[in-house]
Design a protein around this ligand. Structure first.
Ligand code: FES
Length: 194
């Protein structure tokens, strides 16, 4: 009697398990990217902003705004910033657009034309002169020179990335020739440091 009941229960449970195994269930579709869907839903519920501020990402607006830039306006914030950074580097000025200035190298005894996209060091080297230098990045004073026209050296050259000369030294006319691009005619004494 007991064994018959046990067998009946066992068979019933087995049938239930088999039936559940083959049941299809609700078939809830799992999205490929849940987080992106949530971001888009949230973004659709808030007003769109001009640009993707980092704060906006917490409610999903950043993601959508960034997408909008990618799809529509290819000249986004970053592209404009990059362009501005490029403008800041005189070396990026195309040769055919670069203005030319007269630079007198006093110790070398010659006046040459130097383009605004060329450093005073490079121009001297192009003449075959033995110009002093070390880092070529404005990080030492090996290439130091003195502009003798009077006043701040930055009236005559644009220093790109120099970090060694203080305001007083610039006022005295000192320059780092490896990062100095002419913006006016000038006279230069090479091998002169503060
Ligand atoms: S070579 Fe170092 S600052 Fe010019």
């Amino acid at each position: 009697m007991v064994s018959t009941l046990g067998i009946a229960l066992g068979v019933t449970l087995t049938l239930v398990v088999v039936a559940l195994h083959f049941t299809k269930g609700t078939e809830y579709p799992i999205p490929d990217d849940i987080s992106q869907e949530v971001l888009e839903q949230r973004a659709s519920s808030v007003p769109e902003t001009e640009f993707p501020e980092p704060m906006n990402r917490s409610i999903g607006g950043g993601g959508v705004a960034a997408g909008a830039v990618a799809e529509g306006d290819t000249e986004g914030e970053l592209a404009e910033g990059e362009e501005a950074a490029g403008d800041d580097d005189p070396a990026a000025i195309p040769d055919d657009e670069a203005e030319t200035f007269e630079v007198e190298y006093l110790k070398e005894g010659a006046t040459i034309e130097v383009k605004e996209n060329e450093t005073l060091l490079e121009a001297g080297e192009d003449e075959g002169w033995d110009m002093p230098y070390a880092c070529r990045e404005g990080q030492c004073v090996s290439c130091g020179g003195h502009i003798t026209d009077g006043g701040n050296s930055e009236q005559y050259v644009k220093h790109h990335t120099q970090s060694m000369l203080g305001e007083e030294e610039l006022e005295e006319g000192y320059t780092l020739t490896c990062v100095a691009y002419p913006i006016d005619d000038l006279s230069l004494e090479t091998r002169e440091t503060p």
